[in-house]
Design a protein around this ligand. Sequence first.
Ligand SMILES: Cc1ncc(COP(=O)(O)O)c(C=O)c1O
Length: 377
Amino acid sequence: MKPIYFDNAATTPVLESTLNKFKGWAKVYGNPSSQHQFGQNAREFVEAARHAVATTLKAPDDSIIFTSSGTESNTLVLHGIFLPYISKKEPAHLLISAIEHASVRQTAKFLSTCGIDVEEIPVTTTGIIDTEQLKSMIKPTTKLVSVQTINNEIGTRQPINEIGTICQAKNILFHTDAVQAFLKIDLDVSQLPIDFLSISAHKCYSPKGTGALFIRDKATLVPQLKGGPQEIGMRAGTQNTLGIRCFQESIEKLNESKTRLRDHIQELDSYFLQKISDLEFENHLLSNEKRTPGFINISFPPISSEDMILHMDTNNIAVSAGSACSTGSLDPSHVLKAMNLPKDVIHSAIRISLGIQNTKQEIDSFFSVLNKFITGI
Ligand SMILES: Cc1ncc(COP(=O)(O)O)c(C=O)c1O
């Protein structure tokens, strides 16, 4: 059987059109900061891609900077805001949601060891932030609220407009990690009260090694990588020209066929859910009305996540348990724990994340393997 990839929230396959043009783009080897023709050609790649990101987000071109990853974009925001408070020994408070990606959680944890007051905003049993709770947690020292747009494990969409509005009214900066949301849903920062927004190319059918960050007002952020004047002075270092060019291709292709691709994912998602409802053995679908199509988290107690993943892998099907980062250790997911789910449900949860390349036949194969596995026990 041809391998089936249902782990698109971890990373995505590179677009066919990108693979075909890759070698040609790789020949543009100039340094985008150089004045000569070679440099100008590389610079054109970077600026055209910047324009593509900016247009998609309805942001000015000069509010977008390229980084190496979603992790770097998230870290730049948290460090860029709080390290100055640490060096000045001034009190500062950071609020993050209890279900943020490790890149936000671990950075916040580090900041708390340096004296920053960090608190987690709890989520409901369906994985959504209670905005009344958020309001009650704001302090006079709160400098930043960081809440993701779409969760990478359960696909829940947070009320970022409402959260941003609450922050704006209190003069607090708002960052959203939109790594799982960019190109899957429309994001318009000309309307949304967002100060910083992180994205990552490899979640969008591009190679790994490129991220981007929307910065509304660069005066609010202290750059972390120091050196050359690249990226409007916010991120020194020669840009990953080739990765950035590939990202532009993804943005153009995904925007061009936006409706068709989103309909395709929605159709696959509904098909998957229909198949789940036909199952005759115990299962727990962690779904709610705020779930983004394509993110399916399901448990089959008492089968552990690890056993299920291994069994699927043996049958050439790639699924995961929670986020890719926690898969290595298979620690119980902090997201499912924050939702207060029963232990047996958490320990047997697997994530199926669908991509534009997936088909209904692949879903049929998944259920055929699943049925044989469970009824064979
Ligand atoms: C929600 C979220 N934020 C951040 C990241 C980190 O992005 P990157 O892999 O580009 O560092 C991920 C990756 O899984 C993610 O899902």
